[in-house]
Design a protein around this ligand. Structure first.
Ligand code: CA
Length: 446
């Protein structure tokens, strides 16, 4: 349901054009008020679902208990009292839209106001928690996590380090490359990430070593959540693929480059990736993203057209005009009260393969996707300097370290370093919208 793009909210901070959580956005999260904390980066049995509005989180559990959702189907009301979003996802797109429309109505400025509106507004206001006081939890139970490699610029930058003459392998233009990641080590933003041990080979040595990774990196990515399942053996047609997606979050696919480069042949990434993957607390529903949908960047004339099963209509708006940024803060920078430095800035619309194509390809052999599964974009990089989504690219494999304002240098991440991903959307006539942050600090190897 398209929502009124001009309407404002009676929640004053929602109308602040810089805050990123206007009435038309309404992303979901799972949270507890700070007093009930005990966060471990995973699910929390006492968590409530919430929706972000201005500087606040509206408690969906409380909203249901107050009777303000009683005109919605019982299964939707029940899903609003769950600790994670999976039950709501399972209700399907019509229910997602109905709930979103209801939340919009409850939060929009009503003119003229009746005494009934005032009473209702007072009740809804009593169900708000300031974002700054909330403890977030994982909003989705994810059974399966697949990481793609959909940014041509990232694939080219990385490929060039190893194969300067032929950076892209022949299959790149034909199919969305991916691998099965590890769902058990998906952690919420804010969870510390311990430097992994692993086996890797130092160039000058003849035998590998087993020690803490010395080439720890981040990857700036976006996660798409599956909201509509396909059964085993059922292929999802490209025309239907976007309808299977519930929403987007930020994702950081932490990567130990030394472990990765020694282990990846011939079966792909394994322990260099599976020690931790961070996700942001906010899940932005696809409906909210509608104004930010756009065409993907055109393919080079020399590239083959996608095969029929992956071919989208030319006018398909299967990309997203969402800006992504990565920031670094070192321990010394924090001691000196310095602001984090921006590492790279890219845009999600520059992907070579859309999430729709990733989903269709993933199911093209009959593989069943489950509600809550994550399809991650792969590192999002642009073509220009300053638009790379990983240190591997920025430092050219570590050969060209970054110089930080403290005088420190970074080829890869050091203990105490904190990486924070941010995402936001700008659209003419609408306030800026935020995907929030996805943050993690590196702990010394244990
Ligand atoms: Ca990745």
């Amino acid at each position: 349901m398209p929502l009124d793009s001009i309407a404002t909210s009676w929640v004053g901070t929602a109308n602040d054009p810089e805050r990123g959580f206007p009435l038309q956005w309404l992303p979901y999260c799972a949270f507890t008020p700070a007093a009930a904390s005990g966060a471990d980066g995973l699910a929390h049995p006492a968590a409530h679902l919430g929706v972000g509005i201005g500087a606040f989180i509206l408690d969906l559990h409380g909203l249901r208990a107050s009777g303000l959702l009683r005109d919605l189907p019982e299964e939707v009301q029940s899903a609003c009292s769950a600790a994670q979003l999976n039950a709501l996802m399972s209700c399907g797109p019509a229910a997602w839209s109905a709930l979103r429309g209801r939340l919009f109505d409850l939060l929009k400025t009503a003119e003229p106001r009746s005494s009934r509106d005032t009473d209702r507004q007072r009740l809804v206001a009593s169900l708000m928690t300031p974002m700054a006081q909330a403890v977030f939890h994982k909003a989705v139970c994810t059974e399966n996590y697949t990481d793609f490699y959909a940014s041509l610029h990232h694939a080219t930058n990385v490929g060039r380090l190893f194969r300067p003459e032929r950076p892209l392998l022949p299959n790149y233009a034909w199919l969305p490359i991916g691998y099965h990641g590890r769902a058990s080590s998906l952690v919420l933003s804010g969870t510390a990430v311990r430097r992994p041990y692993g086996q890797y080979k130092i160039a000058a040595e003849s035998a590998p070593v087993f020690q803490a990774s010395a080439r720890l990196d981040y990857e700036m990515e976006v996660a798409a959540y599956v909201g509509v399942e396909n059964s085993l053996g059922e292929r999802v047609r490209i025309e239907e693929a976007t309808k299977h997606l519930f929403g987007l979050s930020l994702l950081n696919d932490w990567s130990a480059r030394d472990i990765q480069s020694w282990e990846y042949q011939p079966l792909g990434p394994f322990l260099g990736k599976s020690f931790a993957t961070s996700i942001s607390p906010w899940v932005v529903p696809m409906e909210a993203l509608a104004p930010y949908r756009t065409k993907l960047a055109p393919r080079a004339a020399a590239d083959p057209a996608p095969m029929a099963y992956l071919a989208e209509p030319e006018e398909a708006l299967s990309g997203f005009n969402i800006t992504l940024e990565a920031y670094l803060s070192t321990a010394r920078m924090r001691e000196q009260a310095m602001a984090p430095v921006r590492l790279g800035r890219a845009n999600l619309r520059d992907l070579y393969w859309s999430f729709a194509q990733m989903l269709t390809h993933h199911t093209s052999n009959g593989c069943n996707l489950r509600v809550g599964d994550i399809l991650a974009s792969g590192t999002v990089s642009g073509e220009q300097p300053g638009s790379q989504g990983s240190l591997l690219e920025m430092t050219r494999g570590g050969d060209d370290p970054l110089c930080l304002p403290t005088g420190e240098r970074r080829a890869f991440l050091e203990d105490g370093d904190e990486v924070s991903l941010r995402g936001y959307g700008d659209c003419t006539g609408l306030p800026r919208v935020s995907l929030g942050e996805c943050t993690g600090r590196i702990l010394a190897a244990g």
